[in-house]
Design a protein around this ligand. Structure first.
Ligand SMILES: [Zn+2]
Length: 159
């Protein structure tokens, strides 16, 4: 688990003044620590499972992070977004969706073939489109594994 403590690259900091302040990721990690502590105190794997589910949900849709879609020039997009599954706009969201499908080992069935959503031009190498940063990839995979673990735990727990 790599905690994202809200450290944003300098590119994001430049425009940060006009944007509303967001809560620190530390607040979230304090919540997860509290749930983990409670699970240990109660010796309850159900509470631990609940904590894991909360963490997965947090990584997918709640984490204050950056869009980080790699643009044509190779710089990751520095727009703020909430949740690793989401991007700053429809164009980047499409790139991110493609990358997420590829992460799952599949081809995006909704992909508009060979069209660059940023420019509308033809893309010759589909592998250049919408790469995820390694940290995002690892955390999305971990959260997906966590979700599977929660589902297995729920089925096992209700038998
Ligand atoms: Zn973006």
């Amino acid at each position: 688990m790599v905690p994202n403590l809200g450290k944003e690259p300098p590119a994001a900091r430049k425009g940060a003044r006009r944007l509303p302040r967001r809560e620190s990721a530390l607040v979230w990690w304090a919540l997860f620590a509290a749930i983990a502590g409670l699970a240990l105190w109660l010796q309850s794997w159900r509470v631990a499972l609940l904590g894991l589910l909360t963490w997965c949900l947090y990584e997918f849709v709640l984490v204050p992070t950056l869009c980080r879609v790699l643009k044509r020039q190779g710089h990751p997009c520095a727009e703020r977004v909430r949740g690793r599954l989401f991007a700053c706009g429809p164009g980047h969201q499409q790139l991110k969706n493609d990358a997420l499908w590829r992460l799952a080992g599949l081809r995006n069935p909704f992909q508009k073939n060979g069209e660059d959503p940023e420019t509308g031009g033809v893309v010759h190498s589909p592998y250049v489109r919408g790469r995820l940063t390694p940290a995002d990839r690892v955390l999305i995979l971990l959260a997906a594994l966590g979700t599977v673990a929660v589902l297995v735990g729920m089925v096992y727990g209700f038998r």
